[in-house]
Design a protein around this ligand. Sequence first.
Ligand SMILES: [Zn+2]
Length: 319
Amino acid sequence: MAKIDTAYSLEIKDVIDAIEANELWIEGILKDKRLFKCIDDNCNARITCKNMDTFADKRKVNPHFIMSDRENMHSSTCEINKELEEKRSKKREKKGGRASQYIGKKVCFHIERPKSHRIVEYKIINDEKGNVTNIEEEKKKNRENRKMHNSNYYWLNSLIWYYIDAYKKGTTEQDTVELDFGANKKYTYSLNRLFKRIKNEKEATDRDGYHYVYYGKGTVYLRTDGGYDLVFYEKFFGSGRRVKCIVEKIVLDTCEYGKLNKTNVLKAAIGKERFIYTLSSKNINKKYNTVFLNIKNLDCIAISEIDLDSIGRTEYDED
Ligand SMILES: [Zn+2]
C-alpha cells in the first residue's frame, strides 16, 4: 500500500495530515480516529487514522492513515488513487536504477497561535452553522487544500515526529520548517539547522538569543511550585555547565489547548531517561554554572522515548 499523506476529516471538514490529526485529538478537537475519508470529492473510501489517539511517549509508530476496510476502497474515478498507482509503478521502474532528485518537504510550526487559529474557525462552523454547510464552497476549499496541503503544527511533539522520520530517511538537509513567531515574523530552516543535539553543539555562539530546538537525553523533576525542571544529562560540547529548562507553574496555567494532556506527558517522564526537546533560546548563567533553555510556552516542549542514537540510518521504505 502506498502511503496516504492526507485525509478529509469528517469532524472538522478539512484536509489534514496524520500528525495534525493527532495534535487535534490531544487538544480535544477530534474524537474518533475512524471519521476520515479520501480527499477526492467523488470518492467515499473511508480512512482511519491509526495511532491518532495515542501519545508520543507511549507509541513506537507515528500516527498514519490506512484504508478503513478492504470492502470500501477508492472509487474507479478517484484521482488520488490514480496518483498513488502512478507513484507505485514509478517506484517499480526505479528499482535498481538511480533514485530521483528529492526536493524535500516543508511544514510550518507556529510558536504564537494566530487569532484566526483553526480551532477558532472550527468552533464557528460547529456553533453557528451546525450541520448546514455550503457544500459547493466546501468542495472548492477541499480541492484547493488537496492541491497544496501545508502541514501546520502547534506542538513541538508533532514536529519531532517529522524530524525523526526525516532522520531515519536521511533527509534532514532537504526537509524544512517554517517557524512562525506571529506578526509576520517567519524564518525557514532546514531540519539540520533547526535541531541541535546538545552534546554536539558549541555552548557559546553569536546566536544564543535565537530559537532552536535543543535536544538530548535527560529527565524531568517536579518543582515545589508545581512546575517542572527538565534536566539534561548531556552538556554542550567541551563545557562543564549543566543544561536545564525550567517550566514554571505559570507556563502550565497559561496553556490554552490540551493543557491536561501536555502536562501528563511531563508527569509521565518524571525520573525516567528520555529524549527531551525544547524550542528555546539559550542563556549561559555563570553564577549558577548552568545553561538555561528558555521556552515561550508549554507547546515548545517535547518528550520522546525514541533513542536517536540507536536509529541506524538504513534504507527507508515507505511501504
Ligand atoms: Zn479515493
